[in-house]
Design a protein around this ligand. Structure first.
Ligand code: HEC
Ligand code: HEC
Length: 154
């Protein structure tokens, strides 16, 4: 019995550890980014109100990728898959005075990156034989891991 408890405790410890392997300063940096961008998320969610459950294209101005997803889900993806997995703030891709603006190359690159990620998941990964997962997939964070430019010599 004690052995089992030890096993459970150590398993919990190791899984926790897996999520905190990023250097400490990185975690602090993400906490600061999350806090300073929370005001944008809160502002938009308040502005949306009941319309958070409506399709994104009905409430926002220039929706090309998120047609059919709810506005609320889209904002959660902005904050998670996009902002957090790149380790950036909303302003990395946006003019925060005009969210629909496409002036930033980073916003444009994101649309192409989403297509590229879809092509890997839908066309390329299924052709790889011998993969252990039933539905293997890459996400923004698989490559970016908190960095805006993975693999670049900065
Ligand atoms: C890595 C780039 C990136 C980051 C970071 C990002 N966004 Fe976006 N955002 C986009 C893209 C691309 C679109 C367009 C989506 C589409 O075409 O369907 C978009 C669209 C939007 C829109 C809709 C604007 C309109 O009226 O058409 C809002 C609002 C928005 N983002 C808010 C946010 C907020 C808030 C954050 C931070 C929590 C954020 N975004 C972070 C790339 C980003
Ligand atoms: C298979 C790996 C991979 C995946 C998955 C991936 N990216 Fe990238 N991304 C890269 C690489 C490599 C670059 C080029 C970085 C460089 O050298 O500038 C890049 C560049 C970018 C850039 C442009 C940065 C610049 O140079 O200005 C943005 C924005 C971006 N990615 C967003 C995303 C988002 C959002 C997702 C998820 C929808 C995503 N990426 C998924 C590997 C990936």
């Amino acid at each position: 019995m004690p052995a089992i408890i030890l096993l459970i405790v150590s398993a919990a410890f190791f899984s926790l550890d897996n999520h905190t392997i990023a250097p400490e300063n990185h975690t602090v940096q993400e906490d600061t980014l999350a806090a300073s961008n929370k005001k944008y998320v809160d502002q938009i969610m308040r502005w949306l109100g009941d319309r958070a459950d409506k399709p994104a294209e009905e409430v926002f101005k220039d929706i090309q990728m998120f047609k059919g997803r709810t506005a609320g889900d889209m904002i959660r993806i902005m904050d998670g898959a996009y902002r957090r997995s790149l380790g950036v703030g909303c302003a990395y891709c946006h003019d925060t005075q005009d969210w629909a603006s496409n002036d930033k190359t980073e916003k444009q690159a994101t649309r192409a990156m989403a297509e590229f990620t879809g092509a890997i998941n839908n066309d390329l990964l299924p052709k790889v034989e011998g993969i252990k997962s039933e539905k293997p997939r890459v996400r923004c964070g698989t490559c970016h891991q908190g960095k805006p430019r993975p693999g670049a010599d900065l």
